[in-house]
Design a protein around this ligand. Structure first.
Ligand code: SF4
Length: 222
């Protein structure tokens, strides 16, 4: 179910202004997740409330990001991708990478993928509070690469489970896959997140610097 739309975002689709559609629900259960806040909001109807407004503004904003929650878990996902595509929008998704089959079956219509790597693979079940098949995440990255899509692999620096050594492990893993860029981003606590701890600017820069020795690493702090 769709719970929120940001009509104009400068930060979600690299180098483009985009509208962002947030789907409720996810197959992971990360403690710091924004999804818990989304569940408190009313459902928004795509056909009646979203598509008409996107079309009205299409001359100004033709890029749309499907985000979440985990958009690929939504029963509406494929239908919405198709509708947006047929109406001439450029589509991006934000995904935890756990549904490679859904991504692959829609890949022709998707132009950009923001794929999360939450932490080093051995810590995944701890941070996501569920059993994660990391092979699925790797497959999703491979689908983006193989189909020559624009993609960004990013890690949110949640201090409890994402340490410097986790980021350098991820950086090495990406480099070995033939990927040239990695993005790390500051963690911002939302509503129900129990941990309010954040890395300082200096700590973030240090992590960036160490990852940069392995692979070109961007730091996003909003
Ligand atoms: S993968 Fe993303 S949407 Fe899913 S629980 Fe974790 S932070 Fe939330």
């Amino acid at each position: 179910m769709i719970k929120q739309v940001i009509w104009t975002s400068m930060i979600d689709y690299p180098n483009n202004v985009a509208s962002v559609i947030f789907f409720e629900g996810c197959n992971f259960n990360c403690e710091f997740c924004y999804n818990k806040e989304l569940s408190k909001l009313n459902t928004i109807d795509f056909e009646l409330e979203i598509l008409p407004k996107l079309l009205e503004r299409k001359d100004m904003i033709s890029h749309v990001i499907l985000s979440g929650g985990e958009c690929t878990c939504s029963a509406e996902f494929t239908n919405i991708v198709q509708k947006l595509y047929l109406n001439g929008f450029t589509i991006g998704i934000h995904t935890n990478g756990s549904n490679p089959n859904v991504v692959e079956s829609n890949i022709e219509e998707i132009s950009y993928l923001g794929i999360d790597i939450k932490t080093s693979f051995e810590k995944y079940n701890d941070i996501c509070n569920t059993k994660v098949n990391v092979e699925d995440i790797i497959k999703t990255i491979q689908i983006a690469m193989k189909n020559n899509k624009q993609y960004q692999i990013r890690t949110t620096l949640f201090p409890q489970y994402v340490k410097l050594e986790d980021c350098t492990k991820i950086a090495r893993f990406l480099k070995d896959m033939g990927i040239e860029n990695y993005t790390i981003q500051q963690y911002y606590p939302v509503g129900s997140a129990t941990s309010k701890e954040q890395y300082t600017e200096e700590e973030l820069k240090n992590i960036q610097q160490e990852c940069n020795k392995i692979i070109h690493t961007n730091l996003k702090v909003k």
